[in-house]
Design a protein around this ligand. Structure first.
Ligand code: SF4
Ligand code: SF4
Length: 84
């Protein structure tokens, strides 16, 4: 079944990032891109360009040398559309 709802999410700690790009390179579903914005150290941190594709696999977190990014799985209701 097609499913457009994100299974995971990613947290970026912008000020730790040194813009090596590993997270962007290794994300299997291309959730990330380096932003055009600067952090206070003059690096371009990643930002999320395709949030719905994130699986929460945390490969980005495993490859980041600076512990600046973390992926995590989201829990969500079993069926869409059954909001209380
Ligand atoms: S891997 Fe870490 S330090 Fe490198 S660009 Fe991504 S968040 Fe920044
Ligand atoms: S958690 Fe996985 S899918 Fe999500 S941004 Fe990180 S590497 Fe990509």
């Amino acid at each position: 079944m097609g499913d457009c709802v994100a299974k995971g999410a990613v947290k970026i700690i912008v000020e730790r990032c040194k813009a090596c790009g590993f997270c962007v390179e290794f994300c299997p579903t291309k959730v990330l891109a380096l932003s055009s914005a600067f952090n206070s150290r003059g690096y371009h941190p990643p930002h999320v360009i395709a949030a719905e594709k994130c699986s929460g696999c945390d490969l980005c977190g495993m490859y980041c040398p600076d512990f600046a990014i973390f992926g995590f799985r989201l829990s969500r209701p079993k069926e869409p559309g059954n909001a209380s």
